[in-house]
Design a protein around this ligand. Structure first.
Ligand code: UDP
Ligand code: MG
Length: 317
């Protein structure tokens, strides 16, 4: 068993403006706890100096480890690699941009000592984020909760502490499209929250543009529920019932009245609506089929180019 008490996993993608400050803030907090710890930076294919800054710092600090990806694999995969390499008895996942204040970590450790196996950070407030981001995040967590049976805590991010047992359990979840906060709920264990105010990004800009956010939201929904597939059945029933009733009405008009319906426009309108619905549902099926395909290919989740700061036979336990 390793002697490290706490591993901190920090995924980073083009964070050269902030990463050194992040290191100093984390070091200060962790030194104060008096526990043995490691700072595990996962460089997710940054095209800037993020990795070399950490490699340089690692020369003077034994607590630093660096896992350098061969390219950008995405935030959730970077965190997964961190969990694979972490050696601590408790593992904290934290963003590199200082939006999650490192000063909350001692509170998480205290809860962990009380016996909780997952301590997630609950955002009381989000500072300096756009109204659009706040609204979409608010709606997303509510919709996710309605759609899934998993009790995924609302308004939490990936900033959390997990026990070694949870980390080991996570290693059995091999899915390619990863929604970690959902997966951590899924594995269970004793969970609790500490509340915090989410700060503004310390420097640089978000590495989650709308496109990545949509993909992330889709992973959250499609990996945890197949309810969207049932939509086809529900809408199908509704439409065929309506269609049948309308057919009876048309027949009645034809047989018992002198009105005959003329209407090219109405037919086109109905056609467009129904074809649209069919395509949407095909798209939903496509989302699932694509995900099945990804799984079947069985490729590794990530490729590591280089690791720094690990002692011999310490890598990847
Ligand atoms: N990140 C990453 N790979 C990516 C995108 C982001 O490792 O492809 C990291 C990023 O460096 C940061 C964390 O994930 O540490 C959260 O990203 P960001 O702060 O840009 O997201 P936001 O807080 O704006 O949602
Ligand atoms: Mg951020």
């Amino acid at each position: 068993m390793s002697s490290i008490v706490c591993s901190i996993v920090i995924p980073m993608y083009n964070e050269e403006e902030v990463i050194e400050e992040t290191y100093h803030r984390l070091k200060k907090v962790m030194d104060q706890t008096g526990e043995s710890y490691e700072l595990l930076f996962v460089n997710d294919g940054s095209r800037d100096r993020s990795a070399s800054i950490i490699a340089e710092l690692a020369k003077h600090d034994d607590n630093i480890r660096l896992i350098d990806f061969s390219r950008n694999f995405g935030h959730q995969i970077a965190v997964t690699a961190g969990l694979d390499y972490a050696q601590g008895q408790a593992i904290v996942i934290i963003d590199a941009d200082l939006q999650d204040p490192p000063e909350v970590i001692p509170q998480m450790l205290a809860k962990w000592r009380e016996g909780y196996e997952v301590v997630y950070g609950k955002r009381l407030k989000r500072q300096g984020e756009t109204a659009f981001k706040k609204l979409t995040a608010y709606l997303f967590y509510r919709i996710l909760n309605i759609l899934t049976n998993e009790n995924i805590p609302k308004d939490t991010g990936d900033f959390r502490l997990i026990d070694r047992k949870v980390c080991d359990a996570m290693k059995h979840l091999h899915e390619k499209n990863r929604f970690l906060r959902g997966m951590i709920s899924w594995v269970g264990f004793n969970q609790t929250a500490v509340e915090y105010v989410r700060d503004e990004r310390w420097a640089g800009e978000t590495k989650y543009p709308l496109k990545k956010m949509l993909k992330f939201a889709a992973d959250g929904i499609f990996s945890f529920t197949y309810k969207p597939l049932k939509l086809a059945t529900y809408i199908g029933f509704l439409l065929s019932t309506t269609g049948f009733l309308y057919l009876l009405y048309v027949l009645y008009q034809r047989l018992f009245t002198t009105n005959t319906q003329s209407g090219w426009a109405s037919i086109i309108a109905v056609n467009l609506v129904f074809n649209g619905i069919t395509l949407i549902i095909l798209g939903i099926i496509g989302e699932y089929v694509g995900r099945i395909y990804e799984e079947v290919k069985g490729r590794p989740l990530y490729i590591v180019k280089e690791v720094v700061g690990f002692k011999k036979n310490e890598e990847k336990n």
